[in-house]
Design a binder for this molecule. Structure first.
Ligand SMILES: [Zn+2]
Length: 419
């Protein structure tokens, strides 16, 4: 690859032309506790080598600690206040209807892969779930040899929409189930094959957190997944690539000693105090695949119809055991760098061992099937790994030493910061 190619500016950051292919892997729900466990017991030798020979630390992701906001932060290199995707849903106060926030039209600014594609690079973006795909490849013209698809809809890939077709035959794998570790491993296998065959400059591989919702770091299922993940990561690195690992959010157990979820049913509490219809609780973790978390997370938003003030809501719920923070819009946006136009009157964060739901009747917890509830969304799930297989250059060593790093700097560090 030519080193004389121009730098590519994306949302105010200059990225040099990659010296070798750069692969960023977002280990969905990849709480640092998993890496700590498996580094200690020797289950992940390739990642252990990265930690030894490259660069590894733990950084903060974006709030709320959900999948969409953090994937968009990583792919744009910006906080949620800039890119605007602060959850899977927000409430449109004109219609009082929840609006799904996964459309590319709601994403502000450019993605790093699209800007590189426009500058002449080959790029690849593969996700486990399709809900992220369109936003991640916003503005990407796949007819120019780029690839963008999801495992979820792999059998429907077309050249026009995805830049690849007959993807299952090409990869020689069966389509995995939506609730399986193979859904994530498929993303990595496809990335490895594309890297081998096409040598794209940039690859973004985004997994799913089914494993982490289901198993704690000390459970065998988690170890099996991380062993297989580590094998894939090792094969990516062996193809002379810069490999960077991070996560969108962490994961915590939010069940009590009896194994039942520790839930605060916030809509029920607010309705009892202020009357039905006066406030609306939105759980922005909600998506079509809720079996593994019952749409319960560590962060919710409360909108008032107008009669009840933010102060009254905060005064009523701020002292509830398990509520870590209840913040008015301005404070929440300032503290967590979130977009004000999509923020509620009150933002509510739960403690590490507690989650928040709307009304008890609206959440189906049958999908947990005897499993302890593990979920995310709060401040306690913002810590994520930040691992590079290559050492930092001097400029980025200095940057790492003087700044509080964020996970959305992973492309910056992988492209600009490695030897
Ligand atoms: Zn996630």
């Amino acid at each position: 690859m030519s080193k004389t190619r121009p730098t590519v500016n994306v949302n105010g950051i200059d990225y040099r032309w990659p010296l070798r292919p750069v692969v960023v892997v977002c280990i969905d729900g990849g709480d640092p506790a998993y890496l700590r466990q498996f580094l200690a017991d020797g289950s992940i030798p390739n990642i252990a080598r990265f930690v030894r020979e490259g660069y590894a630390t733990v950084v903060d992701g974006s709030m709320p600690s959900f999948t969409c906001p953090n994937n968009m932060s990583i792919i744009t290199g910006t906080p949620t206040s800039k890119h605007g995707i602060s959850g899977n849903f927000y409430l449109d106060t004109a219609t009082w209807e929840p609006v799904v926030m996964t459309g590319p039209e709601l994403l502000r600014g450019d993605t790093i892969i699209t800007k590189f594609a426009e500058a002449g690079a080959k790029v690849v973006s593969i996700t486990a779930k399709d809900k992220l795909r369109k936003q991640l490849s916003k503005g990407l013209d796949v007819s120019k040899g780029h690839v963008s698809f999801s495992t979820e809809f792999v059998e429907k890939c077309t050249m026009a929409e995805n830049g690849i077709e007959n993807a299952l035959e090409w990869l020689g794998m069966e389509k995995p189930g939506m609730y399986s570790m193979e859904l994530s491993l498929f993303v990595l296998e496809a990335g490895i094959k594309l890297l081998k065959e096409r040598r794209p400059e940039l690859l973004y591989l985004s997994l799913t957190d089914w494993v982490q919702h289901k198993w704690a770091p000390d459970e065998e299922g988690a170890r099996t997944f991380y062993r297989r993940l580590d094998d894939c990561i090792g094969r990516l690195a062996a193809l002379d690539a810069t490999v960077a690992l991070t996560a969108d959010h962490g994961m915590n157990d939010k069940s009590n000693a009896a194994g039942e979820p520790n839930v605060i049913w916030l809509q029920d509490i607010l309705d009892a105090k202020f009357g039905k219809g006066e406030t609306t609780v939105i759980c922005p973790i909600t998506d079509a695949f809720v079996a593994h978390h019952g749409a319960l997370g560590g962060f919710v938003r409360v909108w008032s119809r107008g009669k009840v003030t933010a102060r009254q809501i905060i005064d009523h719920i701020g002292g509830i055991d398990g509520i870590e923070l209840a913040l008015d819009k301005d404070t929440a946006c300032r503290m967590f760098d979130m977009p004000a136009d999509r923020e509620a009157d009150v933002a509510v964060v739960s403690r590490q061992d507690v989650c928040i739901g709307g009304s008890a009747g609206n959440h189906d917890l049958s999908g947990l099937k005897g499993h302890r509830l593990r979920t995310h969304g709060g401040v306690s799930e913002t810590k994520v790994p930040f691992v590079l297989n290559r050492p930092l250059n001097d400029a980025y060593k200095a940057k790492a030493a003087s700044e509080t790093l964020k996970s959305y700097q992973i492309f910056d560090f992988a492209v600009n910061g490695t030897l």
